[in-house]
Write a protein that binds this ligand. Structure first.
Ligand code: PLP
Length: 435
């Protein structure tokens, strides 16, 4: 359908939109194919989880010129938060922005007992860059600690050891969808009066003792980036049960104004005489998502359960297939009491392995299987950290080993049984050389 016909169809109302949808679907079906092709095998790290339905919702927003943050975003926030048992959700333009908002809210002077410049926040070495950067951006001092090599998550004993007089918070990462040991971490935070921030940007859908990740601390964050469990292309959300923090997140998300708070009138009573649309009560960023992203989120969320089931099935299949290699490499153990949402599938070679990580990665890559390092490896080893004050607690030996000897390959909803056995076959073929 030509562009002018598309617009004509759209202007003809619902019937026109049906025609637009048919043509998007037809175009999609004719031009895209993400299924595994045994004759030219390729297993990418990511494939899109959206299709014609999501595109159509985005197109509708544009055709109706409802493009900036509005009702779709608001209703998606409610939908998302209630789906996982959080009281409030504030959507924004990325998981990194969700982390920035979470940290900015907890270090803002209007927050009770807020984090002051120079206060320390304990983080795992195996984290994403923008787990740690918001701490630095908000003038806090990251304290980097090691992981438990079995789960790949922050080791609660290392948290306890790292606590000093300036320590005020812990920011955790459930690595690749594996919940952290929340009983131990919540207990430490209570005993030492520490705030807890959960960067769950790669663990959507995971639970610990029946409770969703992201609901154990002051604020939790999630990502809707293209490669994540569900996508709004780019996008993220901060979740909290605290009404004041929810309002503050909304103020900080957009310019420092009050429009998106639950009760904007409250501020007008406090500061009479201002135009209600333009009263700036705090500093702010512009981290808003678009209405298109909110609309896409509505279509994606109901698909999450199925996407995670495929990821879980695949992970269990590989754990079983590769069990015989456990003396040469380790695979991520699911935390006790948790359900894992398997963002990716990773392994770390032990010192006994008679081959290098580059050799096995090279073999898999040659068979069309894309690989990558596990998150950032050891964040403390990256050049940016040298520029800013931080503290390293302990020797970070396990995070360094993951950085040196670990890798992962794709485990998404397009990894079908043929694709996963292609990975398994090639993995075993490589390992045969050393048996
Ligand atoms: C643990 C963690 N935090 C934060 C992010 C950043 O999310 P985004 O890419 O949406 O900014 C990621 C991205 O993969 C992540 O894995």
């Amino acid at each position: 359908m030509s562009q002018s016909n598309l617009l004509k169809a759209a202007s003809e109302g619902t019937a026109g939109l049906d025609a637009v949808y048919s043509s998007i679907e037809q175009y999609w079906n004719e031009t895209t194919n993400f299924s595994f092709n045994a004759k030219a095998p390729i297993v990418r790290l990511h494939e899109p989880s959206f299709g014609p339905e999501e595109i159509m919702e985005a197109v509708k927003c544009m055709l109706q010129t409802k493009v900036t943050m509005g009702e779709k975003v608001k209703s998606f926030e409610h939908l998302y938060a209630s789906h996982f048992g959080h009281k409030y959700g504030v959507m924004n333009n990325s998981g990194s922005s969700a982390n920035l908002l979470a940290v900015a809210a907890l270090s803002n002077p209007v927050t009770r007992d807020y984090l002051r410049p120079g206060d320390e926040v304990i983080v795992p070495a195996l984290a994403w860059s923008t787990t740690v950067w918001p701490l630095i951006q908000c003038n806090l001092t990251p304290v980097v600690v090691d992981i438990d090599p079995k789960t790949l998550n922050i080791d609660p004993n290392e948290i306890e050891k790292a606590i000093g007089p300036k320590t005020r918070a812990v920011m955790i990462v459930p690595v690749y969808g594996n919940p952290c040991d929340m009983d131990a971490i919540v207990d430490i935070c209570k005993r030492h009066n520490l705030l807890l921030i959960e960067d769950c940007c790669e663990s959507m859908g995971a639970t610990y003792k029946g409770k969703s990740v992201g609901s154990f601390g002051s604020v939790g964050t999630f990502s809707f980036y293209y490669s994540h469990h569900i996508t709004t292309l780019e996008g993220g959300i901060t979740v909290t049960d605290d009404s004041d923090i929810d309002d503050l997140l909304r103020i900080l998300r957009a310019h420092g104004w009050t429009r998106e708070t639950k009760d904007p009138q409250k501020y007008l009573k406090q500061y009479p005489g201002f135009d209600p649309r333009f009263v700036f009560v705090n500093v702010g960023y512009n981290l808003r998502p678009t209405e298109l992203q909110g609309a896409m989120g509505h279509v994606q969320l109901p698909k999450l359960k199925g996407f995670i089931e495929t990821r879980r099935d695949n992970a269990h299949y590989w754990l079983n297939e590769f069990a015989e290699f456990r003396d040469l490499m380790t695979f991520q153990d699911t935390t006790e009491g948790a359900t894992h949402s398997w963002f990716g599938f990773s392994t770390t070679l032990s010192s006994k392995a008679p081959f290098s990580v580059n050799e096995i990665r090279g073999h898999l890559e040659a068979a069309g299987i894309e690989t990558r390092p596990i998150i950032c490896g050891n964040i403390a080893a990256h050049p940016a950290m040298k520029l800013y004050p931080h503290r390293v607690s302990g020797d970070l030996k396990y995070s360094s080993a993951v950085m040196k000897n670990g890798f992962s390959f794709g485990n998404h909803h397009f990894v079908c049984p043929e694709a996963r056995s292609h990975i398994s076959r090639n993995f075993k073929e490589f390992m045969k050389k050393f048996s």
